[in-house]
Ligand binder design. Structure first.
Ligand code: NAP
Length: 274
């Protein structure tokens, strides 16, 4: 697609969303960088610089507040980036409220943001819904049930939606990031709550080591945003794409490996003693 019309990004206050908003505007879109607190976007226009082919404005949007989900008529691209992660207790220690809170933002918020965008995209002759999930979906990481579950729901929804909206020229692109240098990675890089568990502590500490290793391979938000915008613009891009070397390699392995081999390989690696 051409980099024209309006692109809306959720969760553009920081991290990947902020970098994607800037990159979309540099390429030519009129970007609405949405965020819960618009004060966080005060410097965004200055950061964009004079060479940008498009424009950037900031708007309040909380995906859990339906009244705040408002789009301009010229919408061509929606980037569903906003999400939260939690402290990763063991499954049996995870309160129901943690599941509900995570699904409220990562699933129901994204659904509401998407359903309100579709009539506009149809009226404009097509466009792109870009859902940011996670390459963690592809690896059965212990203690990540709520986060991975929320992202897997979005992944499945995106497949069905793609089948529904293809005739209207609307493409769904699912970005499955690996470790990207953001607050989420840094905060998620602390010990998982399960490492304090008298039952699951050993496994929790192994997960901490694995996460620290992955964080050591992190990609900048600017590099990730570049790949994400490439995928948005590429009409021939597959449904699922990575935006960093680790996610690209994981998606490649997932496409070429029987699922049980991939699952067994990961889980056996968590229990090196057998
Ligand atoms: N970084 C990674 O390594 C990584 C890996 C895999 C997937 N991802 C995914 O990439 C996306 C961006 O993550 P990130 O690393 O950039 O995270 P981040 O730095 O924690 O930023 C998260 C963004 O989501 C926003 N947000 C949270 N709840 C919201 C709500 N109810 N309404 C609107 N915005 C909300 C935050 O806004 P506030 O500033 O108001 O809190 C912030 O802008 C997420 O979908 C995440 O799951 C990231």
């Amino acid at each position: 697609m051409e980099a024209t019309g309006t692109a809306v990004v959720t969760g553009a206050s920081r991290g990947i969303g902020r970098a994607v908003a800037l990159e979309l505007a540099r390429r030519g879109f009129d970007v609405v960088a949405t965020m819960r607190n618009p004060d966080a976007g005060k410097t965004l226009v200055d950061e964009l610089g004079a060479d940008a082919k498009g424009t950037l404005t900031v708007q309040r949007l909380d995906v859990t507040d339906p009244d705040s989900i408002v789009y301009p008529d010229s919408l061509k691209v929606l980037v569903n980036n906003a999400a939260t992660e939690a402290e990763h207790p063991a499954f049996e220690d995870t309160p129901m409220q943690l599941w509900r809170d995570m699904f409220e933002t990562n699933v129901f918020g994204l659904i509401d943001a998407t359903r309100r965008a579709l009539p506009l995209l149809r009226a404009n002759g097509g466009g792109v819904i870009c859902n940011v999930t996670s390459s963690s979906i592809l690896a059965p990481m212990p203690f990540y049930g709520p986060y991975r579950g929320s992202k897997a729901v979005v992944s499945a929804i995106g497949e069905s939606l793609q089948a529904e909206v293809k005739p209207f020229g609307i493409r769904v692109v699912e970005i499955m990031p690996g470790p990207i240098d953001t607050d989420m990675l840094a905060e998620g890089g602390g010990p998982v709550a399960a490492s304090d568990s008298p039952v699951y502590g050993d496994l929790g500490r192994r997960v901490n080591e694995m996460r620290a290793g992955a964080a050591g391979m992190k990609t900048s938000t600017a590099d990730a945003a570049n790949d994400i915008v490439d995928a948005i613009l590429d009409d021939k891009a597959p449904l699922r794409v990575g935006c960093d070397p680790m996610s690209v390699a994981m998606i490649e392995a997932w496409r070429n490996t029987p699922d049980q081999v991939m699952i067994d390989g990961f889980i056996n690696g968590m229990y090196p003693e057998g």
